[in-house]
Design a protein around this ligand. Structure first.
Ligand code: FAD
Length: 501
């Protein structure tokens, strides 16, 4: 039995970057938001290398830029890779794009215990009712619509909170995302990550000393992320056959992989592995490359790892989670505005826009990574691939850097067939996309390609919003009949000229 009921406009499950961002951006519009987090923060998390889109874009919208700056995280200027054909390491720098240069740090390497706490405390300050040690156990569903959540409070009591919308941001271990759709594991990315922390690992020479370093070797690849002058996050990504290593053997396996990778071995030559506290163990993660078949259902929306993740090599996880949170917040804020006469149409339109843009961003990283994992290519070909995936009009090296910063401009997309199938129509309303639903099958492919070409015009408007307080007139819908962000970035609006239905 439930001890007592609570009511909110929105319940957010999970206080990671996805949950805190969505909750804050909804509360900023004056709605009552309850965030239920199962742990007591700060807690350990993997996912420490951030992109400029998060640091300069989302953190700006949330109003935490100065706080993040004051936290003294390591400034990440770009990445250094021993990867691809040829013996020489190569480096990219975010500031080689004029859109990411300037006085502010382009990005940071963060201890997630600190970063996530900043975002969660900011949510509290912005009016979100944050409740830690509250575990969501299931959804309440009435006539096919999610109407709230059941949860256990710190005293172990079962309780219920009703809400008009539930945001599932409970990460890769979500218990509720399968209500929207099943999880589809990637057939291509089936790797295993082993990771731990080291004291006094060497640094690259300045100005590369804050870069993420990725090194390919015969069994897979390593990441090497400086988290402070003395703390380094080191992880190895290897084939799934290594998932069979039993836990007592993790540290020995890690040592063996390090031995087989000379650049990482040299950097750690005088380092000591940390064996106590939150950084004191070697951890393993498997099955982290997936997407949900659907990202929303009436009353429920998935953001972050509850919806999808791909692979850590380009540090896209927090970017995808916070970008999705922004898109979800816009959709919910718009639907909670009761002035719309046709609420059902509004929901379909808003969440259709959410899902289309979110899948587009996921798909771009997915497609690029498939090519990047072919380590027989050279740097020039990676540049060109980034340009092709994003449809950027810029020179290939700039297209590459902007894509890796999470702010690439997309004008064309070549999905693999399976992915196109998923993205093609699911979650897109008939009212919004009549030509998508109405065309004969033979024409479907071309129309769909045209649709995606239009869909990909969004580019980096999210970042520009935060940096430059963009004007609405400059916003173009991604596709015919689509929506555009409002002037404050927190709602969807009709494009100038209205919705084409
Ligand atoms: P999370 O940060 O996981 O937050 C989910 C929250 O929900 C947690 O606080 C959890 O306690 C809470 N929760 C769970 N269940 C419940 C429940 N039932 N009730 C209430 N609360 C609940 N990303 C990067 O950007 N950069 C990187 O360098 C990077 N490296 C990675 C390396 C590896 C090996 C892996 C696997 C991932 C990496 N990622 C990286 C991805 C990154 O970790 C995630 O994408 C990111 O943390 C997702 O944020 P989130 O808010 O969706 O989920």
């Amino acid at each position: 039995m439930c001890r007592s009921d609570m009511t909110a406009d929105v319940v957010v499950i999970g206080g990671g970057p996805g949950g805190s961002t969505a909750a804050t951006l909804i509360a900023m519009k004056g709605h009552r938001v309850v965030l239920l987090e199962k742990e007591q923060y700060p807690i350990y998390k993997i996912g420490e290398s951030l992109l400029p889109s998060t640091v300069r874009g989302i953190c700006g919208l949330l109003g935490v830029t100065e706080e993040i700056k004051a936290a003294n995280f390591v400034v990440k200027r770009g990445g250094t890779f021993h990867w691809g054909k040829g013996l020489h390491p190569w480096t990219f720098s975010f500031s080689s794009s004029p859109r990411m240069e300037g006085e502010n740090a382009p990005a940071y390497q963060v201890e997630r215990m600190k970063f996530d706490l900043i975002l969660l405390n900011n949510a509290r300050r912005r009016g979100v009712d944050v409740r830690e040690r509250h575990i969501v156990t299931s959804l309440s569903i009435e006539e096919g619509r999610v109407t709230g959540v059941f949860f256990t409070d710190p005293e172990g009591q079962s309780r219920f909170c009703s809400a008009r919308f539930v945001v599932d941001a409970s990460g890769w271990q979500t218990r509720v995302a399968n209500y929207a759709g099943r999880r589809i594991l990637s057939e291509f990315f089936q790797n295993v990550a082993l990771f731990g922390y080291y004291h006094c690992g060497m640094r690259l020479d300045p100005p590369l000393d804050g870069n993420i370093l990725c090194v390919a070797f015969e069994d897979g690849w390593f990441w090497y992320i400086p988290l402070s002058p003395s703390l380094t996050s080191v992880g190895v990504v290897v084939g799934k056959q290594h998932a069979r290593i039993p836990q007592p053997g993790y540290s020995e396996a890690m040592e063996q992989f390090i031995y087989k990778c000379p650049p990482i071995r040299s950097l750690l030559a005088n380092a000591e592995r940390i064996t106590e506290g939150p950084y004191g163990q070697i951890r393993m993660r498997t099955d982290y490359s997936y997407q949900n078949a659907k990202f929303w259902s009436p009353g429920l929306v998935l953001v972050g790892d509850s919806a999808c993740f791909i692979d850590p090599v380009f540090s896209s996880g927090v970017h995808l989670a916070t970008y999705a949170a922004l898109l979800a917040a816009r959709s919910i804020n718009t639907c909670l505005d009761n002035s719309c006469p046709d609420q059902e149409l509004r929901e379909d339109a808003c969440f259709g826009e959410f899902e289309a843009r979110y899948r587009r961003e996921y798909a771009r990283f997915y497609e690029f990574l498939v090519a990047f994992y072919d380590t027989n290519n050279d740097l020039e070909s990676y540049y060109w691939h980034a340009k092709r995936v994003t449809g950027s009009q810029e020179a290939p090296d700039r297209a590459f850097v902007e894509f890796l910063g999470g702010i690439g401009e997309s004008k064309e997309l070549v999905f693999d067939a399976a992915l196109t199938g998923v993205i093609g129509t699911q979650g897109l309303s008939r009212a919004l996309f009549p030509e998508m639903w109405g065309v004969p099958a033979a024409e479907g492919g071309d129309r769909r390609r045209l649709f995606f070409t239009e869909l990909l015009r969004e580019g980096s408007q999210m970042q520009l919003q935060a940096q430059e307080r963009f004007v609405q007139e400059s916003q173009q819908p991604l596709f015919r009949g689509g929506l555009v962000p409002s002037a404050d970035g927190l709602l969807w609006s009709m494009p100038l000229g209205g919705l084409v239905l």
